[in-house]
Design a protein around this ligand. Structure first.
Ligand SMILES: N[C@@H](CCC(=O)N[C@@H](CS)C(=O)NCC(=O)O)C(=O)O
Length: 321
């Protein structure tokens, strides 16, 4: 995928995500500042100051889209979509369009140019989601788990919703679920799809389906991961579940069972999908095009699989739990 080294883009993978044993590891995000309601962090929550760079292809980015929607911040935080350059050079780009970086007079074609604007000496991966500050002309954060916390708790002055997805009373339970879901689902699907040794693939595969079995059992007795209310933990799991049958089962070799084969997990996914605003963040056909098509992470002959047929809007039956 390439990366920036001292502010210069290199298509060759220098910062590898593959360990000596062939296993895949995600490198830590580098921009880790925070927006606060009172501005004490140097980044004050304000209307029309922050810009989110995303991609429909990316489950990590979808978390931030979900929080922008669920917290009703669409009018407060501007959104730009990116895709991988089909030529496999330059990484995330604006689909051939010139993009004027908000707050500047600079026009760019690639997301890596925005990273180099933020830090001309940056060495690291260039990823979505990325949260840009127009005022300081810099990147606040490229870590989805932290961006969703900011959207959840720091913009209350600008939103009419009081929904809190990280309530104090549930925090330790949410943290516990986040840890399980991150390792056993979010990272495990990438471990299946991207590892470079049979053993590393099989370790991720077994871990993933053992975690699915645990979650299936948990969700037999309660509507959401932490009880009867939706929390951050659900929204960190949902992006992987909703694309599982279309993307991971086939493209990432996660083919022990489909999500549809798990009655509770699949009904739970439909329940989340039917939450107002959520369906608009899910475009399975476009995800398939971006993942299986030119430039996507799954090497193929460019043919986009036609299936599967999954109707997320059919009844879920979980509101009576
Ligand atoms: N730490 C990041 C990871 C995001 C991530 O891995 N995004 C992928 C797309 S799904 C990406 O942009 N990868 C490009 C790269 O790592 O070079 C987060 O959770 O926000």
């Amino acid at each position: 995928m390439g990366q920036l080294i001292n502010g210069v883009w290199k298509d060759k993978n220098i910062i590898s995500e593959i360990e000596a044993d062939g296993s895949y590891v995600k490198r830590p995000s580098i921009f880790r500042q925070t927006i606060t309601a009172d501005g004490s962090s140097g980044f004050k929550a304000e209307r029309d100051r922050y810009v989110l760079y995303s991609s429909v292809a990316c489950p990590w980015a979808q978390r931030t889209l979900l929080f922008r929607t669920l917290k009703k911040l669409e009018e407060i935080i501007e959104l730009f979509d990116t895709v991988q350059n089909p030529e496999r050079t330059g990484g995330w780009w604006f689909d051939g369009e010139d993009h004027q970086v908000p707050g500047t007079s600079v026009s760019v074609n690639f997301l890596h140019e925005i990273y180099a604007l933020a830090d001309p000496d940056y060495s690291g991966r260039v990823s979505v989601p990325t949260l840009w500050d127009k005022e300081k002309q810099t990147i606040v954060s490229n870590e989805s788990s932290e961006i969703i916390r900011m959207f959840n708790s720091e913009f209350f002055e600008f939103t009419e919703t009081t929904a809190d997805f990280y309530p104090a009373a549930l925090r330790s339970r949410i943290d516990e679920m986040n840890d399980l879901v991150l390792k056993g689902v979010n990272d495990a699907v990438n471990g299946c799809g991207r590892s470079k040794s049979q053993l590393a693939y099989e370790v991720s595969f077994e871990f993933l389906f053992a975690t699915f079995d645990n979650l299936e059992e948990l969700l037999a007795g309660q509507r959401f991961l932490c009880g009867d209310q939706q929390t951050e933990a659900d929204w960190r799991l949902f992006p992987t579940l909703v694309r599982f049958d279309a993307i991971h089962y086939l493209g990432y070799l996660c083919n022990k069972r489909r999500l549809e084969d798990y009655p509770n997990l699949s009904a739970y996914t439909r329940d989340l999908y039917q939450t107002p605003g959520v369906a608009a963040t899910v475009d399975i056909e476009l995800m398939k095009k971006l993942v299986y098509g030119p430039g996507g992470p799954v090497t193929s002959n460019g043919i986009i699989p036609k299936g599967p047929e999954v109707d997320f809007s059919r009844p879920h039956g979980r509101d009576i739990m």
